[in-house]
Design a protein around this ligand. Structure first.
Ligand SMILES: Nc1ncnc2c1ncn2[C@@H]1O[C@H](COP(=O)(O)OP(=O)(O)O)[C@@H](O)[C@H]1O
Ligand SMILES: [Mg+2]
Length: 604
C-alpha cells in the first residue's frame, strides 16, 4: 500500500540516486516547470521579442558612432549636415527605444517571475496541507519549512536576476559579436582569440564555485536544521541543560559556513580581476592591430573606435553569466525537491464516487482489519469490532498496545491494509470527506490553539456558530469560568500576552470545540491527561451529557473515566483481550480487575 510512498519521501534528500531515479527526478522537475510556464507562454513570447529588440537597439550605438565619424564628419566638411544630423537622431532614437524597451522588459519579466512564484507557493502550501498524516509523520517539519522558504528563495533568485542576466547577457554578446564582425572582421578575429582564455577562466571558476556553493548550501541547511531542532525541542534542551553542547555544535556549524563563504569570496577575488585583465588585454590588442591599419589607411578611424567600444562592452555581462550556473543549479535542486513533494499522493485519498451520509447514527465497525504503518511490523493483526450507535467505550491497555492507532483508523487518518472500517455500514474510504469530518471528531492530548481569539478557536468546530452557542459549549465543558477571567474574555487573542493559557485550559477549549461540532462519533485519545483531578471531574460530568446520545471511544490512563463507560475494551499487542461492562470486568479475574484493584489501592 503506502510503504513505497514513505520510502519515496525519505529518499528525497539522498544523494545516491541511480541513473533511472535521476532521470525520473529530472522528468518530474521538467513536468512541474512545464506546468508553471504553460499558462504564461504568450507573455513569455512577448517578453522575448521585447528583450531582443531592446538589446539590438543598445548594440546599435557604437556602429552609429562609427558612421557619424567616418561618413558624417567628412560630409559636414563639405557643408552637408544631413548624414551627421541623421546619425545623431538615430543614436537618440535607438537610445530612447532601448531604454523604454528595457524598462518594459524588466516589468514583463518581473510579472512572469512573480506569477510563477505565487503559483508555486500556493501549490506547495495547498498540496502539503492536503497530504495525509502519514506524510507529515515521516517528513520532518524542518524539511517542509525549507520547501516553502529556502527552496522557493533560490527559485526566486534565479527568476529575478539569474534568467534576466543570462538572456540579456547572451543576446548582448551575440549581437556585439555580429556587429563587430560585420564592421571589421580583423577585430572580430581578435575577440574570437580572446574567447580561449575567457573560456578557461570561466570553466575554472565554475567548477570551483559549483563545489563551494554546494558545500555552502549543505552548511546553511545544517544550520537551519540545528536551529529548528533546538527551538522546537527547547523544553528538552533546557531540562537537560543541553545549551552548552548546542553552543559548541552551533559554533562549529557557523564557522564551517563562514569558512566556505570566505573561500567563495576568494574565488571571486581571482575571477573578477582575471576577467578585467582579459578584457583589457583584448582591447589593447584591438587598438594595436587597428591602430596600425588606420595608419596604413586600411581602416577608418570611426570603425576602430566602434570596435574598441564593442570589445570593451563584450566582457561586461561575463561575471553575472558565470554566476548564472550556480543560481541555476541551486534552483534546479530546489525544483527537484519541490516537485517531489508535489507529486506525493495522499495515502488516504478522497473517494472518486463519495457516498453522502446525511445523518449518521454513529455505528462503527472494524471488519477483519489488518493494519501496519510499515511493511515489516503489523500493529493490528486481525481486528474485528462492532460498536453500536450511542455506546460509550473505554479503551484501556498498556502503552504501545495500539489504542491511538485504532483511534486514527476510526478518524481515517490512515486506511487499513486489509479489511474495512465502516461508519453506519459505509466504508470510510467511500464516505464523503465532509460527512466523515462532521460525523467523527477526535480530541487528542495535543490540544492545538490557532492564532486568533478563544471564541475563534472554539468556533473551529462549527464555523457559523453564534456567540451564544460558543458560550454554551464552553459552559458545558467547564471552560466558561477561566475564559471569562481572561483579559478580554472570549475575545482574548491566544497568542498575545495575557491570552496565554495552560495545557489543561487548552484541552478545555478543544473539548468545547468538539462539543460545538457535535459529532455522532467522538474519540478522546488521552484527552484529559493534562487536566488536574477536579478539572477532569468537571469534564467527566460534562462528558456524561455530551456523550448521552452519541458513540464515544475514550482512551484514558485514569480508570476513573471508565466509570462513565457502557463497555470496557482491554487491548494488548493489537488485540482485544477483554470486552465487557465495567462491573463484570471488575468482578472478574482478568487484566482489568487487576488494573482496577491496583488503581484503587493507589488512591488509599
Ligand atoms: N506513525 C507511526 N509509524 C510507525 N509506527 C507507529 C506509528 N505510530 C505508532 N506506531 C507504533 O504502533 C504501535 C502502537 O502505537 P499506538 O497506537 O500509539 O499505541 P498506544 O496509543 O496504545 O500507546 C507502537 O508500537 C508504535 O511504535
Ligand atoms: Mg496512544
Amino acid at each position: 500500500m503506502t510503504a513505497t510512498t514513505v520510502t519515496g519521501v525519505e529518499g528525497e534528500e539522498r544523494n545516491d540516486f541511480t541513473k533511472q531515479e535521476s532521470r525520473q527526478i529530472r522528468e518530474r522537475s521538467l513536468r512541474l516547470l512545464g506546468g508553471l510556464l504553460h499558462p504564461l507562454r504568450w507573455r513569455l513570447a512577448l517578453t522575448l521579442v521585447v528583450v531582443v529588440v531592446s538589446t539590438a537597439a543598445q548594440v546599435a550605438g557604437p556602429a552609429l558612432i562609427a558612421f557619424g565619424i567616418d561618413t558624417g564628419l567628412p560630409a559636414v566638411l563639405k557643408q552637408d549636415w544631413f548624414p551627421l544630423a541623421a546619425t545623431g537622431a538615430a543614436y537618440l532614437v535607438t537610445g530612447i527605444v532601448g531604454a523604454v524597451l528595457i524598462a518594459w522588459y524588466t516589468i514583463l519579466s518581473a510579472r512572469i517571475s512573480q506569477a510563477i512564484l505565487i503559483d508555486l507557493r500556493k501549490r506547495v502550501f495547498l498540496h502539503t496541507q492536503r497530504l495525509s498524516l502519514e506524510f507529515h509523520e515521516s517528513y520532518t517539519s524542518g524539511r517542509i519549512i525549507s520547501r516553502q522558504t529556502s527552496d522557493l528563495d533560490s527559485i526566486r533568485e534565479l527568476l529575478d536576476s539569474g534568467i534576466n542576466q543570462l538572456v540579456q547577457g547572451v543576446l548582448y554578446m551575440v549581437f556585439i559579436a555580429i556587429a563587430l564582425f560585420s564592421l571589421d572582421w580583423v577585430s572580430g578575429a581578435v575577440l574570437l582569440v580572446s574567447l580561449a582564455p575567457l573560456f578557461l577562466l570561466t570553466r575554472w571558476f565554475q567548477s570551483r564555485s559549483q563545489r563551494l556553493f554546494r558545500i555552502s548550501r549543505v552548511a546553511s541547511a545544517k544550520l537551519i536544521v540545528q536551529f529548528v531542532e533546538t527551538m522546537t525541542g527547547i523544553r528538552a534542551v533546557k531540562a537537560f541543560r543541553k545549551e552548552k553542547r548546542n553552543e559548541a555544535e552551533f559554533g562549529a556549524l557557523v564557522e564551517e559556513y563562514r569558512d566556505v563563504n570566505s573561500r567563495v569570496i576568494q574565488l571571486f577575488g581571482i575571477f573578477d580581476p582575471g576577467l578585467v585583465m582579459i578584457g583589457n588585454a583584448t582591447v589593447g590588442v584591438v587598438l594595436l592591430v587597428g591602430g596600425f591599419r588606420v595608419a596604413d589607411g586600411h581602416l577608418a578611424i570611426g570603425v576602430l573606435l566602434a570596435a574598441l567600444l564593442y570589445t570593451r562592452r563584450f566582457f561586461d555581462p561575463m561575471e553575472e553569466m558565470a554566476m548564472f550556473y550556480n543560481s541555476y543549479q541551486s534552483a534546479a535542486a530546489a525544483l527537484e525537491k519541490i516537485s517531489g513533494v508535489l507529486e506525493e499522493e495522499p495515502s488516504v485519498p478522497d473517494p472518486a464516487k463519495p457516498i453522502d451520509l446525511w445523518h449518521s447514527a454513529g455505528q462503527v465497525t472494524f471488519d477483519d482489519v489488518q493494519f501496519a504503518y510499515t511493511r515489516d511490523r503489523v500493529i493490528l493483526p486481525n481486528f474485528s469490532l462492532e460498536i453500536p450507535a450511542g455506546q460509550t467505550i473505554a479503551l484501556v491497555g498498556s502503552t504501545g498496545a495500539g489504542k491511538s492507532t485504532l483511534a486514527k483508523l476510526i478518524s481515517r487518518f490512515y486506511d487499513p491494509t486489509l479489511g474495512a472500517v465502516m461508519l453506519d455500514g459505509v466504508d470510510l474510504r467511500s464516505l464523503h470527506p465532509n460527512d466523515l469530518r462532521r460525523a467523527i471528531v477526535m480530541v487528542t492530548q495535543e490540544a492545538y490553539l490557532f492564532s486568533g481569539t478563544v471564541a475563534d478557536n472554539i468556533a473551529l468546530g462549527k464555523p457559523d456558530a453564534t456567540r451564544e452557542e460558543i458560550m454554551a459549549a464552553a459552559r458545558a465543558v467547564g471552560a466558561h469560568e477561566f475564559i471569562q477571567a481572561l483579559p478580554n474574555g472570549y475575545d482574548t487573542d491566544v497568542n498575545k500576552r495575557g491570552g496565554r493559557v495552560s495545557a489543561g485550559q487548552r484541552q478545555l477549549v478543544s473539548f468545547a470545540r468538539a462539543f460545538l461540532a457535535s459529532p455522532s462519533v467522538l474519540i478522546l485519545d488521552e484527552a484529559t491527561s493534562s487536566l488536574d483531578i477536579p478539572s477532569e471531574r468537571l469534564v467527566q460530568e460534562a462528558l456524561q451529557t455530551l456523550l448521552a446520545d452519541r458513540t464515544a471511544v475514550i482512551i484514558a490512563h485514569r480508570l476513573s473515566t471508565v466509570a462513565i463507560a457502557d463497555r470496557v475494551l482491554v487491548m494488548e499487542h493489537g488485540r482485544i483481550v477483554e470486552d465487557g461492562s465495567p462491573e463484570d470486568l471488575i468482578a472478574g479475574t482478568g487484566r482489568f480487575s487487576q488494573l482496577h484493584a491496583a488503581w484503587r489501592d493507589s488512591l488509599v
